[in-house]
Design a protein around this ligand. Structure first.
Ligand code: UDP
Length: 332
């Protein structure tokens, strides 16, 4: 019988791709999502349980109904600018909601947990490449809330035997190469979809947030990883956890490629991938942005056997462009 995995945020960008990867690996992804930022149409590979993580009674009923063997927890607020303006929303919406989920999972005896964390937990480290040991000094309530959830997972590991894998993502990009699901935020704040909006005239131009950073071309540097590579790591992490009967506590893995690209380099690649011009304007720095976030870790490869097979800029932008041309969700 196929086994169920509870996927919070399964109607969102990364969660929907994770559902596709889980289904391909023989699991049934059960999406738990309040559809505040996710899309009903993105739930294609298993059932949708519509609900809020703060609704503990509903969560308990969902655990009882589906008896999941594990949880993949993607549901989160993730906009740095908003987190700077409204930190309470992030402490409640990320930390409070995750506490409710973890307690429900423990109460249900569902003790294998895969968590989506972020390199935003690191803050600025002066151009140093980052790995699992780098101190976490987040610059904003988004990164701080994710770090707090990592701590929570460790505590519940010690007290209740919760076994978790924590993935610290670098910049997730691209889309399902078959364009069944993709990135579609409202409002959109991420670089590549905003570039593609500028390419096809949905926006007048892409604004570069800061051109005076201490980098070779003055723009911020990020490590971009293809969303399909990223979700494959989650399936590997899940299977690794389930194969380790005696494990407990939180195991951390960075998910990046080790290559950093500046905003201008991404724009140049987008011109090539779309074969169209990218209208650009230069603006001030965006509050809360680190200068450079690049992974120096090989741990996911060494321990989980993960390889970032599709994470080249041409492939990520090409797949994002193919998805972009479908018009996204909510289309007539
Ligand atoms: N960026 C930009 N213009 C935009 C959106 C993003 O110059 O309209 C820059 C941003 O400052 C950062 C990089 O692109 O250096 C990636 O930003 P994104 O929001 O995609 O991801 P983040 O690194 O914040 O997670």
């Amino acid at each position: 019988m196929p086994q169920n995995v509870l996927v919070t945020g399964g109607a969102g960008y990364i969660g929907s791709h994770a559902c596709k990867a889980l289904a391909a690996a023989g699991y049934v992804p059960v999406t738990y999502d309040n559809l505040s930022t996710g899309w009903r149409e993105a739930v294609k590979y298993g059932p949708l349980e519509e609900g809020d993580l703060m609704d503990r009674a509903h969560l308990d009923a969902v655990f009882a109904r589906h008896q999941p063997v594990a949880v993949m927890h993607f549901a989160a607020l993730s906009q740095v600018g908003e987190a700077m303006r409204e930190p309470g929303k992030y402490w409640r919406g990320n930390v409070g909601a995750s506490l409710s989920l973890i307690e429900a999972a423990v109460a249900a005896g569902c003790l294998d947990f895969v968590f989506s964390s972020t390199c935003a937990t690191y803050g600025d480290h002066d151009g140093v490449v980052l790995d699992e040991q780098t101190p976490q000094t987040p610059l904003n309530a988004y990164g701080a809330s994710k770090r707090a959830i990592e701590d929570m997972l460790k505590d519940f590991g010690a007290s209740d035997g919760l076994r978790s894998v924590v993935f610290r993502y670098f910049n997730v990009a691209g889309a399902d190469p078959e364009a069944e699901v993709g990135e579609f935020h409202d409002p959109e704040t991420h670089l590549i979809p905003l570039i593609l909006d500028a390419v096809d005239g949905k926006r007048p131009a892409l604004t570069i947030h800061g051109t005076d950073y201490p980098t070779p071309d003055g723009t911020c540097i990020r490590d971009y990883v293809h969303v399909m590579d990223l979700v494959e790591a989650h399936v590997l992490g899940l299977e690794w956890l389930r194969g380790r009967e005696s494990a407990r506590g939180a195991e951390v893995f960075c998910l990046g490629t080790g290559s950093g690209f500046s905003v201008r380099e991404v724009i140049d690649q987008a011109k090539l991938a779309t074969n169209r011009p990218v209208p650009v304007t230069e603006g001030p720095r965006r509050e809360g942005d680190a200068v450079q976030l690049v992974s120096g870790s090989k741990r996911a490869g060494e321990v989980l056997g993960w390889q970032a097979k599709r994470s080249t800029l041409p492939q990520m932008i090409g797949d994002a462009w193919r998805w972009h041309q479908t018009g996204g969700y909510g289309r007539a």
